[in-house]
Design a protein around this ligand. Structure first.
Ligand code: 6GU
Length: 230
């Protein structure tokens, strides 16, 4: 099964990985997720993991030493490791990236805080033959750290692992599949009972039983939504 190691100074962020679909996937032995506290690799009475930036400037930078120790501890020279460094300066995460990562055997998530991690960590592992390093962002806004970004990535990745979703048909049908010309197509709007809610009716065609017409209607609605999204 694929293994995901998460290195963070806030392990508590990841308690939600015990619940819902990901919790079930872990219990079922479909994925192995291990959380590691970076501070276990810090030295001194204060167990400090950061320092002031060379060249000056605001904020603190995470020191390379604890990161090197933490990453070395969860990796070996035997297999390829994909090291994901969470940073707003990274390549933007999307569904195709999720699909690629979902096929990999060992992901290591490095959750930076403060003004990020000393860049030599990215440089060093980038030169190691058993590592591929990916700097990833989840969108054009600034978070306080990589923890929530890691949760977003894990949710998108793990649901693509075979056996995790109860109904694999929902994978093929759902939002953000790409059309034949590579355009992102979003899902059509969905309705369930009651047929009238607060004076709003469900579109009549969905009650018609005419499957071809329903298919056509849904496609039209999906196109409209896709065009309105930019
Ligand atoms: Cl991965 N990290 C931080 N700190 N901010 C972000 C981000 C990551 N992705 C978008 N904003």
């Amino acid at each position: 099964m694929p293994r995901y190691d998460i290195i963070t100074i806030f392990p508590d962020y990841f308690s939600t990985l015990d619940i819902s679909l990901i919790g079930k996937a872990r219990t079922a032995g479909l994925v192995d997720i291990e959380i590691h506290d970076l501070r276990d690799h810090a030295e001194g009475v204060h167990k400090s993991v950061d320092d002031t930036p060379y060249g000056g400037g605001a904020g603190m930078v995470m020191s390379p030493e604890p990161w090197g120790k933490a990453i070395d501890e969860v990796t070996s020279n035997e297999i390829i490791h994909d090291l994901i460094v969470l940073t707003p300066a990274g390549k933007k995460f999307d569904q195709s990236m999720a699909e690629q990562f979902s096929k990999l055997e060992h992901l290591v998530f490095a959750c930076g805080r403060y003004e990020g991690i000393d860049h030599r960590v990215t440089e060093y592992y980038g030169t190691q033959p058993t590592f591929r390093v990916h700097e990833v962002s989840i969108g054009d806004y600034v978070l306080n750290g990589g923890e929530v970004a890691t949760l977003v990535m894990l949710e998108a990745i793990i649901r693509l692992i075979p056996g995790v979703l109860g109904n694999p048909e929902s994978l093929a049908e759902e939002s953000h599949t790409l059309t034949s010309n590579g355009e992102a197509i979003v899902e059509y709007p969905n309705y369930t009972k009651p047929a009238i809610w607060r004076e709003l009716s469900v579109p009549e065609i969905l009650l018609s039983g005419n499957h071809a017409a329903i298919k056509g209607y849904r496609h039209e609605e999906a196109i409209k939504r896709s065009q309105n999204r930019e």
